[in-house]
Design a protein around this ligand. Structure first.
Ligand code: GLV
Ligand code: MN
Ligand code: MN
Length: 415
């Protein structure tokens, strides 16, 4: 058993904080690190130094994921991939994503300092676009690695009009980041819980059993721009008022399901956007999730029907584009049991939970068995600058990861 040095988890937390400010953020006074932005490249540069110090060979894959490799003793053995994402939401916290990468580096660092090689290689991967905060698609780079990204998904333009093809990656090679089936034995991701359950039960860590299904849409609503002083109320086709009615209906329909279904409009833009002009058009996002894919689809269908009815009644042209459909993704039962066993070995009670948040792990499940460890975050707050993780909890998570790694080879007949 390789034990973590006392400061491993604390160092992972400190490194996330270090990457939470300039030059690793694209916004002043907060953290936004978009895929392929200057902040993203700066974070990769620093990360690559930390990977090298931990004894890894560092490379960039064709999807601009940073990868650190720690060789094993059996070159024929499939490898263990440990990862999470380096991008963030706008004005987000510094742990959502990077903490899983930093803990992966710490796990390898512990092995390296102990002079220990496992039968299999370990690669730590920092994925680039999990959040979809820059381009209108999410989990682009993990989908590339898992081999599930269709070529047409790369035809993307960001909010500033920059095409992915001109953003610093070769789109013709992007999908060659795909790993060969059978080459990855397991994918392990540690991540903050982003919910309040662990904290409410006084637990530092939990075992994830699966991830909720997600749907994401881009909605465009067209009405008629006009003079705010002269167009009487009955004559208006106000796109923003129509959007407001739709957003309230979205909330009502999801609430009325009285289940784990959640529906969110997180971004809206009205044009032309002036105090004295009736909004002629509105664009907004819609995100619908549930642990049960059929339930998610039923509620999403009810929402889209209600939106169509509102648009018809108000004389608005509605177009809805589905940009994202990820099925619910169970973690691998044998690996879940291995995480549980590592929890016990680390002196922790076993607490299993389902993730409502999306993770690269849900995409990686198409390539290999997956496992996730959740780490308590204060108040369950995430996607918010107030995100907070206690170093002691990261220490526990690191011990669990090392326990998992220690037993993985034996569980796969490789020890
Ligand atoms: C990622 O954080 C997501 O769940 O949208
Ligand atoms: Mn996130
Ligand atoms: Mn995340």
């Amino acid at each position: 058993m390789v034990s973590a040095p006392a400061p491993g988890g604390a160092r992972a937390v400190a490194r996330c904080q270090a990457l939470g400010v300039a030059p690793y953020s694209d916004m002043a006074g907060g953290l936004y690190r978009g895929y392929l932005t200057p902040a993203y490249r700066a974070a990769q540069d620093t990360l690559s130094g930390w990977m090298a110090e931990a004894g890894m060979q560092v490379s960039l894959d064709p999807a601009a994921n940073l990868v650190g490799r720690y060789e094993g003793t059996d070159p024929a053995a499939p490898l263990l991939l440990i990862g999470s994402h380096l991008d963030s939401v706008r004005d987000g916290g510094c742990y959502d994503g990077p903490l899983g990468v930093m803990l992966g580096i710490e796990a390898v660092d512990a092995l390296h300092r102990a002079g220990r090689r496992l039968p299999f290689a370990i690669e730590v991967i920092a994925f680039g676009d999990e959040e979809g905060s820059r381009f209108p698609a999410a989990m682009l780079t993990s989908r590339a690695v898992a081999g599930t990204l269709p070529a047409e998904a790369l035809d993307l333009v960001d909010g500033e009009g920059v095409a992915l093809a001109r953003a610093g990656v070769d789109v013709a090679r992007f999908r060659t980041a795909a790993r060969a089936p059978g080459s990855v034995m397991a994918y392990l991701e540690a991540h903050i819980e982003q919910g309040p359950l662990l904290e409410s039960e006084g637990l530092a860590v939990g075992t994830v059993t699966g991830i909720a299904a997600q749907l994401r849409f881009r909605v465009h609503l067209a009405g008629m721009a006009g003079h705010a002083g002269t167009t009487t109320m009955p004559l208006r086709r106000d796109a923003l008022a129509g959007a407001a009615e739709m957003i309230v209906a979205i909330e009502r329909i999801a609430q009325a399901d009285a289940s784990d279904v959640v529906a969110t409009v997180g971004r809206i833009a009205a044009a032309p956007g002036a105090a004295n002009v009736i909004a002629g058009s509105v664009d907004f996002t819609l995100d619908v999730r549930s642990g049960d894919g059929a339930r998610r689809d039923r509620v999403a269908h009810a929402i889209l029907s209600a939106m169509e009815a509102t648009a018809g009644r108000r004389g608005l042209a509605l177009s809805i584009e589905q940009v994202h459909d990820l099925p619910a993704s169970p973690c691998d039962p044998a690996l879940v049991a291995l995480v549980d066993a590592a929890m016990v070995k680390a002196g922790q009670p076993v607490r299993r939970l389902v993730s409502g948040a999306g993770h690269d792990a849900m995409v990686m499940a198409a390539l290999c068995p997956t496992a996730m460890v959740f780490i308590r975050c204060r108040g369950g707050i995430s996607h918010n600058p107030a995100e907070h993780v206690e170093p002691a909890d990261a220490e526990v998570a690191l011990a669990v990861m090392l326990g998992f790694i220690d037993q993985l080879g034996a569980s796969r007949g490789l020890a």
